[in-house]
Design a protein. Structure first.
Lengths: 711, 389, 319
């Protein structure tokens, strides 16, 4: 019966065909040991794909991992987390400070003084030792040059709410006759300059400057507005920190074009161009101007004191010649798009980046892999690995299996796997403290969290050490404050909260919470009851959620828990301040700038101080820290701030997790000394825990080498 | 209607020539279909386990506490004895042994499975309950009133009715008061409609309001078409991802995205039942429509619905497991078999029982539902019954 | 016939319109905003967030957004918010990746279900029938990812060959046969997993159709005539039982753009399902809505095709 035969024959053939393909597939063995090229490739796995390979536009970690290899910044951090020159050979930081001559103020010993007199006074004070304080002396010593900027007249257009316009915004033209201004060039940035100078020029010399006097505006502007405008247009004092980068000569982009100062300026302009919608605008907003002094010198002037500024220049530099207006217009015309609306965001560059980093971009197949080849003309010499591959494997379990089979060299190891993998003799593992911490944040606007005793008690009820041992498998450390633990900013004198449920109960009792008959804590007939929330999709936070709930239940607190999807969690709950307690984490930068997260001005909806932490002294310190360019002083302020935060316990600081990396033992560092001898060295993490620091020197050997020292 | 797949089940169960009642016949047939019987037995056992799970794992001091964390006892294999030195007296598991081992936080998997049984069962039943109710109502309306046409004033009436109820729900607290007020509002408006509006002579311009438009059947079937246009797992995923995750949302979403099949069966059944004599007779007796629908027609149309409901419960449990895998399942503190499984999969090499116990449990229960549903289909469909030639 | 086609096309267009409105509303009224507007990134100041909202027209009233989106869609100008690439281009790329999975899965489903279903109908109640029933239900009762992991672990530890991805990564052989066979191998497990549900359901359906037909009078007649049972089953019964399946061809269409997120993420298969899933998580509205729209079009086209096929195949229906 043909029909019947066909019916059986067809599926049989199909299945046989599918199954026979097994014999054509290379086994893992053939792919790894049997493939000599495999030694020259470094393959890493990630759960997510990159989104846009342009350092100016991307904000996700997968993209920045690739960008770090393809692009190069002016500077980066070395093993000790100090700045190190990359595209910039060296740099210097100094300050230009300006103040308007206050013609009405009475200067001690001079009376009303004009510009020349003031300059003479300062110069004189600098030369002679006077009866002034050490601070003023120090400030004066920093002054390198004083000059007078003559008075000038100009017009500005300002958007203001005018009285006549009934609260509507209107353009107002203001005529300004600015008084003479004095420029002080300082050898170092000095945030106390004007405070110290006012000892010399009179206490109220700067504060009594009446800027509005020099403005002539339409009469319907009321007095207060005019004063505000005056302060804005003619600020009495201005700090303009200046950074001058001396660039490395003969550095090439991957297409052979020579890198110069124009590219730096172009990158900055690209960030600030509103059309590009760069997420990095906030970092560069304090920049007043980027000036190309000569092809190898860039001068960056800042509008105000902002010490985290230098770190932002670690960002990758874009090639101007591929992305400038002409290039974009040509591309738009080629694609048949409107050149007017065509910005860098639309350019094909973002999927085919060209930088001057150690690896050249080759190929990107969405959700499969990104392939980079080493750049032979890299200024520091080519990397040892010929190829870098970024594979996208969204499932952690299959990642682990591929790693085991040797087809990938590294992946994000889960804490529970570390123990198993580190026993395996094929692998070497490293771990180090990461830059982010996990915490439980309390909404301090709500009762009972407005009481620091309650917050402290809640923290004391949780056995964090146990969480670290059992949930993180030892891959974590306790943390007591908001600074990166491996920097000097972190105050190691502060002891973490002890695990002490009894003490917690005692503290709660002081705060008025007592156990009732059923064992729940109660105050004025109301149970201590709240909801602890976190986002879904993070297993560690979920575990902490369960543990905290259980721990608090033990001391009689009735806690409910909720898991919410990330954007709902953020936008509906955290942003709106609609929560009792949250489990979250911050990924910290090295810079100790805590303004957005801890300053009391940032407690409004949609701002990051969502717990509502307000402390006058902390506010002052936060502002001082971000204005201080002197490391020692910064450290001192940070330690004090750390103390305050730890006393107040707005968060229960839980732990900073350790990252762990597991690598094949055959991967080592290969170095060639001046004589051309090759040395192999075991990979060791740097003091700050970065094991990929020498990535360019890594190579995989056919056999695992035996190192003398480690045996 | 071309192109519509009407599942085969034809329902009216007449007492057959041997004189056995429908129920007896049902059991006789079920007894012969051993797989379906096994399915039923497992199903009942599962139900009992779930029910006992509900009682044993809830309350302030439950016998099995699924939320009790004993970190030092994590990832113990099944049947391991607890390490008594490190445990506080309240932490020792009730059976003196970790029957199914412990998970990554040292919680007793047995307790979690017990609790999860009830939650999984609820998810399945409520979701399917919602879809069946929606399906029967819409299918019934489409089948029974199918040919009558909607007039503009009907739409107005419904808008006013629902707007009123929504406003009441928004403003009146507590909920029961709002519901009662909503009911009152509905009956007042309904009687006004019947007494006043129907008899009202309208000025010619307002007659537009009584112009007939679509038929009810078209409207409902187009609604079904629209719903079928969404890929169902994605619709569920989108909604669950966008809404705050809670066990109720998941049940409601699964329910509201799976009623279309039921609607179609019921409509098809109703279309044919409507023409049958017993319905005509009931109408002639002057019974009201609700009574005809729910007392006379629904019981005759229920068979294919039952079959698809049984299988629907199975697939709801699987859907929940799939959502858990993606991290959108029922959130803690509720344990479901789906989220035990998907939490456990991380530890498949270190603690395989965390994957296999819930995996196999789901497999067995879902299989039993499916087999029972399949048996039910065979039994309720006289055409498919075994014949002896 | 023509009038039927005309009416049905109009109907489908109206349905499509409502689908577009509903999907648009569901997505825009739900809480959460695109991840580009992530306010918890300290780098995003409120002004930035506002600028992004403006760029994405999120500040416009809903009906304007609706108009803007669909007019972009029809002129092919929609771009993804995530990476500014054309949405249609992205979908096309993913579609090509998903296509082999779909083809092999469908082939497996359709070639396997018929022999299995027919055989269990012929030997109904027998051991074959019962075990076929049992196994087909067993396959659809396993939670998909559980099954997938077990299969992967089994194959990887037993046979030491890669199973994830679309091809063996970094395959260095140059002969095209190797490459093609390598791809076939990588298709095998995910498509089998994708097909299990289909096989179970379809074979059951074949079985019940066969049984239905076998109960008909003309089959009895054929049997009574003394025709060999083979011929009765395969010639008389099968042909009539096949009728409804012809129309099911139309219903395969939507599967073209579907794709299981779970299987695709476990097997790192860069298919449409995963893209849609990631788009949902990142609130990449253009991608979600476009996929939704295309799949709705395919569903409607599918029912349309099956209506037409029904008309052609079934001589009893004449319009």
């Amino acid at each position: 019966m043909t029909v019947r035969r066909v019916l059986i024959f067809l599926p049989a053939v199909l299945i046989l065909f599918l199954l026979q393909s097994y014999f054509w597939v290379p086994t893992y063995e053939q792919q790894t040991r049997g493939n000599p090229r495999r030694l020259h490739e470094y393959i890493t796995a990630s759960i997510g794909d990159a989104s846009i390979l342009n350092p100016v536009l991307s904000a996700d970690s997968a993209s920045s991992q690739i960008e770090g290899l393809v692009f190069e910044g002016l500077i980066d951090r070395d093993e000790e987390l100090r700045f190190r020159g990359r595209l910039a050979k060296s740099w210097e930081i100094y300050e230009e400070a300006y103040f308007y001559v206050n013609e009405d103020a009475l200067v001690p010993g001079l009376g009303k003084a004009d510009a020349a007199q003031v300059v003479e006074l300062i110069k004189g004070a600098k030369k002679t030792k006077g009866p002034w304080s050490r601070a003023l002396e120090a400030s004066l010593d920093l002054i390198r040059d004083i000059s007078i900027i003559p008075p000038k007249e100009f017009r500005v257009l300002k958007k203001v709410r005018t009285l006549g316009g009934k609260g509507r915004e209107g353009q107002v033209e203001i005529h300004v006759r600015a008084p003479p201004r004095i420029r002080l060039t300082l050898g170092k940035v000095d945030q106390d300059l004007f405070r110290n100078l006012s000892c010399l020029l009179g206490d109220r010399y700067f504060s009594s400057f009446r800027a509005w006097k020099y403005l002539s505006a339409p009469p319907d502007l009321d007095g207060e507005r005019l004063k505000a405008l005056g302060r804005e247009i003619l600020p009495a004092t201005t700090h303009n920190p200046v950074v001058v980068f001396h660039l490395r000569p003969h550095v090439k982009f991957h297409d052979g074009h020579i890198f110069d100062a124009g590219d730096v300026k172009f990158t900055f302009d690209a960030i600030m161009d509103p059309k590009n919608l760069s997420p990095r605008v906030a970092d560069y907003e304090p920049v007043k101007a980027v000036e190309v002094v000569d092809p190898l010198t860039v001068r960056i002037v800042y509008k105000r004191l902002y010490s985290p500024a230098l770190g932002t220049w670690a960002m990758g530099i874009l090639p101007e010649h591929l992305l400038n207006r002409e290039a974009l217009e040509a591309e738009a015309r080629r694609l048949g798009k409107d050149p007017k609306n065509f910005s860098i965001r639309q350019s094909a560059f973002n999927r085919h980046p060209v930088g001057c980093g150690p690896f050249v971009f080759r190929r990107w197949k969405s959700d499969q892999f990104i392939r980079l080849d080493r750049f032979e003309d890299y200024w520091e010499g080519p990397a040892n690995y010929e190829r870098y591959v970024f594979r996208i494997i969204p499932d952690l379990l299959t990642q682990e299996m591929e790693f085991y089979a040797g087809t990938i060299d590294s992946y994000a190891v889960q804490p529970h796997q570390v123990k198993r993998l580190s026993k395996d003799r094929r692998f070497q593992s490293f771990s180090g403290t990461s830059f982010g911490y996990t915490y439980i944040g309390y909404n301090m606007r709500r009762k009972p969290f407005d009481d620091p005793r309650v917050r402290r008690a809640l923290g004391m009820a949780i056995d964090v050490d146990k969480i670290i041992t059992y949930v993180l498998h030892g891959q974590g450390e306790r943390i007591t404050g908001p600074f990166v633990k491996q920097t000097d900013y972190y105050n190691h004198d502060i002891k973490p909260l002890p695990y002490d449920p009894e003490g917690a109960l005692k503290l709660l009792e002081e705060a008025g919470w007592r156990r009732n008959r059923e064992g729940w804590l109660e105050k004025d007939g109301k149970r201590l009851q709240f909801t602890l929330i976190t986002n879904s999709g993070n297993d560690l936070r979920k575990a902490v959620l369960a543990i905290a709930q259980d721990a608090w239940k033990q001391i009689g607190i009735d806690v409910r828990t909720d898991l919410l999807e990330w954007s709902v969690f953020i936008q509906e709950r955290v942003d709106k301040g609609d929560f009792d307690a949250v489990i979250l984490g911050w990924a910290m930068g090295i810079e100790p700038d805590l303004y957005q997260i801890w300053h009391s001005s940032q407690t409004h909806p949609h701002q990051l101080n969502f717990v509502g932490f307000k402390n006058r002294e902390a506010d002052e310190l936060i502002v001082k820290i971000r204005q201080e360019y002197d490391h020692e002083k910064q450290v001192q302020y940070c330690h004090r701030l750390h103390e305050i935060i730890s006393r107040e316990q707005p968060y229960t600081f839980l732990y900073v997790s350790k990252w762990t990396a597991v690598l094949d033992k055959r991967i080592v560092i290969r170095e060639v000394d001046e004589k051309g001898n090759i040395h192999y060295r075991k990979i060791t993490p740097t003091k700050t825990g970065d094991y990929t620091f020498y990535f360019n020197r890594w190579i995989k050997l056919p056999e695992a080498p035996a190192f003398m020292a480690e045996g | 209607m071309p192109g519509e797949f009407i599942e085969e089940g034809k329902a009216a169960l007449p007492a057959d020539e041997t004189g056995r009642t429908r129920v007896q016949e049902f059991w006789r047939l079920l007894g012969r279909n051993r797989m379906a019987l096994a399915g039923l037995v497992i199903f009942i056992a599962f139900f009992l386990v779930a029910l006992s799970g509900l009682f044993l794992t809830s309350g302030k001091k439950p016998l099995f506490d699924p939320a009790l964390v004993r970190l030092q006892e994590k990832l113990r294999p099944p049947l391991a004895r607890p390490n008594l030195e490190t445990l506080a007296p309240g932490q020792v598991p009730a059976l003196g042994v970790y029957l199914f081992g412990t998970d990554d936080l040292g919680r007793d998997v047995f307790a979690r499975m017990l609790q999860g049984a009830w939650v999984s069962l609820t998810v399945g039943f409520v979701a399917v309950g919602i879809s069946v109710i929606v399906g029967i109502c819409l299918g019934g309306i489409a089948g029974y009133y199918g040919q009558s046409r909607i007039r503009a004033d009907h739409v107005l009436f419904l808008i006013v009715l629902h707007a009123g109820i929504v406003l009441l729900l928004l403003w009146v607290r507590p909920l029961w008061a709002a519901l009662v007020a909503g009911g009152l509002w509905g009956s007042v408006l309904g009687s006004w409609w019947r007494k006043v509006w129907k008899g009202l002579e309208l000025p010619p311009r307002l007659n537009v309001l009584r112009k007939e438009t679509l038929s009810v059947d078209t409207l409902i079937m187009r609604l079904v078409d629209i719903m079928l246009c969404f890929p169902s797992f994605f619709l569920i995923l989108t909604v669950v991802a966008l809404l705050p995750a809670s066990i109720y949302n998941i049940m409601i979403v699964i329910g509201l995205t799976s009623w279309m099949g039921t609607t179609r069966f019921v409509r098809a059944e109703f279309l044919s039942l409507r023409e049958q004599d017993f319905v005509t007779a009931a109408k002639a007796l002057g019974l009201n429509d609700l009574r005809i629908i729910f007392r006379h027609m629904v019981p005759n149309a229920i068979a294919p619905v039952l079959v698809s409901a049984t299988i629907g419960i199975a697939s709801a449990i699987l859907t929940e497991a799939g959502l858990s895998f993606l991290g959108f399942g029922v959130p803690p503190p509720h344990a479901t078999w789906g989220n035990i499984l998907s939490d456990g999969k991380r530890f498949i090499f270190d603690a395989p029982w965390l994957t296999f116990i819930p995996g196999i449990a789901i497999l067995v229960v879902v299989l039993s539902f499916n087999l029972f549903g399949e048996g039910l289909r065979d039994i309720l469909n006289p055409k498919l019954r075994e014949r002896h030639w | 016939m023509l009038s039927f086609i005309g009416r049905s096309v109009i109907q489908k267009v109206v349905t499509l319109f409502f689908v577009s409105v509903i999907s648009f509303l569901v997505i825009h009224l739900a809480p959460g905003e695109p991840s580009q507007v992530d306010p918890l990134n300290p780098k995003f100041t409120p002004e930035m967030v506002e600028r992004f909202r403006k760029e994405f027209h999120l500040d416009a009233p809903l009906h304007v957004q609706y108009y803007l989106f669909y007019s972009d869609l029809f002129t092919g100008k929609t771009v993804s918010w995530k990476d500014n690439r054309s949405v249609l281009g992205k979908i096309w790329e993913r579609f090509l990746n998903s296509l082999p999975l779909f083809i092999v899965g469908t082939l497996l489903t359709w070639t396997l279900s018929f022999p299995v279903g027919i055989r269990s109908a012929i030997f109904r109640g027998g051991i074959y029938d019962r075990s076929a029933t049992f196994f087909s239900y067993l396959l659809i009762s396993i939670p998909g990812f559980f099954f997938a992991y077990i299969l992967i672990i089994f194959v990887v530890t037993r046979f030491h060959v890669p199973v994830i991805g679309m091809e063996t990564f970094g395959l260095s052989v140059s002969s095209w046969v190797h490459v093609a066979m390598d791809r076939v191998w990588h298709l095998l497990i995910p498509s089998v997993l994708g097909a299990t549900g289909g096989i179970a359901v379809l074979s059951r359906y074949v079985r019940s159709q066969m049984l239905e037909v076998e109960g008909q009078d003309y089959i009895r007649t054929a049997r009574a005539k003394g025709l060999p049972p083979e011929q009765v089953h395969y010639r008389h019964a099968l042909r009539n039982a096949l009728l409804p399946f012809v129309t099911m061809f139309g219903l395969i269409l939507p599967g073209l753009i579907g794709g299981s997120v779970i299987i695709e993420s476990i097997f790192s298969w860069p298919g449409i399902g995963r893209m849609a899933y990631e788009a949902i998580l990142a609130r990449d509205y253009p991608v979600i809505l476009t996929i939704n729209f295309i799949s709705a079009v395919l569903v409607l086209a599918g029912t349309f095709v099956s209506d037409i096929l029904y008309l052609i195949v079934d001589p009893r229906i004449r319009l």
